[in-house]
Structures are given as C-alpha cells and as structure tokens.
Design a binder for this molecule. Structure first.
Ligand code: SF4
Length: 365
C-alpha cells in the first residue's frame, strides 16, 4: 500500500508499526540457547562451542561475555573439554575428531536438521544419489553432506544442473536445507524435476515450520507496507531470506542486527512498516527497534498474527546425561519461551498501546 496511511484521517499519526507474528526465535534456536544457558549454570568448566551456536551476532557476543569459547576447529578445544555442536549440526567427521580428543560432546543440533541427516543416511545406504538443495558454504549443508559425501551433490542454482553426475535417474532424491526461501527452492526443485522426471521428493518437507511460517507471514503482510525491517544477522540464512521474500512482492526491505544500524533515511516517506525477525534474533532487539520507531517516528503498533506456533523441543539427551553426571536433575529445567507474551509486557511497561489483528486461518502449528 503506497497510500499514506498516516494521512487516512486527515492528520499525521506517524508510522504504523506492524509486528509480524510469528517472528524471531524458533524451537530449535530456543533449545540451542537453552543448552548453553543450562551448561553455564551446572558447570564452571570451560564451554567450547563448535561454530556460532546460532547465527546471531548478539547471541554469540552475550555468551562470549559469559566466558563461552567459540571455535572453528575441533583441534582448538583441549582434550577432555566440553564441546557443544551448534543448532546447524555437524558432520560425522567432526564427531569423530571430537571423540579422538576425548571431548565431552553435547549436541544442540536442531531436531529438524537431524531429520534431514537421517534422510540422507537412509537413502545413501540404499544406494540412492541425493541432490541437496542449499547453500554449499552454510554449516548445515556442510554437516548434512558430510553424512554421505559420495552420494550427495549440492545444488545451489538451476545453472548447475547440467554438470550433475547422475548414475541412475530412477534412484535419485532431493533434500533441502531447512532455512531456504520457499520461493527459491521451488524454482530449483522445478528445474530438477524437469531435468529428472523420476526425481523423488523427501519423505516430509525439509524446509522447517519456522522458516515457512516466518516467510509466509512476510509474504502475506509486506504487500500492505512501504518497508520491511528484518532484525537478524547477515550470516543468518533465514533472516536474509525474509528480506528477499519482501522484495519479491515489491516491498523495500532492510536487514539490521539491531536498532543501532537503522538509518533514519530508510523511513523517509514510510507510512506502514512491517517489523519481523529471523529465527535466531532475540526479541529484546525487536523491543529496542519498536521503542525507536514509536519515540522518534510516532505511530501505532499492531501485531498481526498469521500463525500461532506451539512447537517445543526438549533438552538434548547428551545434555541430560551430562547434567546427571554432575548430580543435576534435568527434569523441569527449561528457559521460558514466549516472545509474544514478553513483547506484550514490554509494550505495557512502556505505555505503548497496541492492537492485535488475528489473521490465522487454521489455528496453530
Ligand atoms: S530455523 Fe528451523 S531448522 Fe533452523 S533451528 Fe529453527 S526450527 Fe530448527
């Protein structure tokens, strides 16, 4: 919508701020962050994390400030140390390296990434070739490919299809990275199906519920807005994809790590702004952005609910085992996870009135 909503009653009411729901932390990110939080509570030993626990600058910096050590090579962890695998998962080769150093490994891989690993192993063991649609430099894709390097070829773009080495097109399946743009994936998968008509689809959708829901909310809400602000880091695949989805429907979009990166010029002539956040972006960063938009650009806040999410993952078995080894009962030890409730409290505490718009069609997921 390009008509100035700010002028709809004949006077200036500032920027209308639409908060997309769902946004921000997904169940896998909550679990991964909870793993580190729990470890910080139950042990004074150094905690090493292989790669960023989730792809968000603030999350990593906050843990670094608490003494957590992020490493890019397993060899950087001393023997017998605690090593946590990030939410993106790791290859069997990395696990073997950790075993070789006698590390205590705690697996914060998102169960939905583990599901893709399991599919890759199953089909490779049956002698199938696997086309893994995704970004070949992304940690998740590196980890999945490592499960069956001889059977898996990564496809990042349809241009790569002619160079694929296919032995038997009747034993060919595609899998996908969990955080792809559903639009981009569709383009690549359609091209693959044209090239290999017998290509089998994954047993269940690999692009995860959180990616799909956040993208669907942006796809639905951004056409009525002049600007989409995505809170997230540039190395967060799902955050970058949200900006692309908005641009695909013709709305300008910017990606910022925090409100400090917001250039006021971006709001020039903007009457309705959609605020969302990638699956690894903490909600308090969204709060700071709302405060800036309300205080310095006026306006009203509306939360538009497109899906209600209720998925939760329990603490990983490897962490529970570790806790028990330290005499800690893991039952009932979870951080609270409710962005929406937290934001409602935040808005009330700051005297910011807001309205809820329920656009959910068929409940929750
Ligand atoms: S974005 Fe999806 S796959 Fe990635 S951690 Fe979240 S739920 Fe898991």
């Amino acid at each position: 919508m390009r008509i100035g909503a700010a002028l709809y009653r004949g006077y200036h009411v500032g920027v209308k701020i639409i908060l997309a729901n769902p946004r921000g932390f997904c169940a896998g990110v909550y679990m991964a962050i909870d793993v580190i939080d729990q470890l910080l509570e139950v042990t004074d030993d150094p905690i090493y994390v292989y790669h960023e626990i989730v792809h968000n600058k603030h999350v990593v910096e906050r843990f670094r400030d608490q003494g957590v050590i992020f490493i890019e090579e397993i060899s950087a962890a001393p023997e017998d140390a605690i090593i946590v695998y990030s939410a993106h998962g790791v290859s069997p080769q990395v696990r073997a390296q950790a075993r070789g150093r006698n590390l205590i490994d705690i697996d914060a891989t998102c169960p939905l990434v583990t599901k893709v690993h399991a599919e890759a192993i199953r089909y490779a063991n049956r002698g199938w070739q696997i086309l893994l649609v995704g970004h070949r430099d992304h940690q998740e894709v590196i980890g999945t490919q490592g499960e069956a390097p001889d059977a898996i070829q990564v496809v990042e773009h349809p241009d790569e299809i002619p160079s694929l080495q296919i032995d038997d097109p009747e034993k060919l399946i595609y899998l996908t990275q969990t955080t792809l743009s559903t639009d981009d994936a569709e383009v690549i998968i359609s091209a693959l199906k044209r090239a290999f008509p017998s290509l089998k689809s994954p047993p269940s959708e690999d692009i995860c519920y959180a990616t799909t829901n956040r993208q669907q909310a942006v796809r639905r809400l951004s056409p009525d807005c002049d600007l989409v602000i995505v809170v997230g880091s540039t190395n967060s695949s799902n955050s970058v994809r949200l900006t692309e989805i908005a641009r695909n429907v013709g709305t300008d979009a910017i990606l910022i790590d925090d409100v400090g990166e917001l250039n006021p010029d971006a709001l020039e002539g903007v009457h309705r702004v959609l605020v969302t956040a990638g699956a690894s972006a903490p909600e308090d960063l969204v709060h700071s952005l709302i405060l800036e938009l309300v205080r310095n650009h006026g306006g009203e806040v509306e939360q538009h609910d497109v899906f209600h999410e209720s998925i939760e993952f329990g603490l990983p078995g490897s962490l529970k085992k570790f806790m028990r080894s330290r005499g800690v009962d893991p039952e009932g030890r979870r951080i609270s996870m409710d962005n929406i409730k937290a934001t409602k409290s935040f808005l009330q505490a700051n005297g910011i009135s807001h309205r809820l718009v329920d656009l959910t069609v068929n409940g929750s997921c």
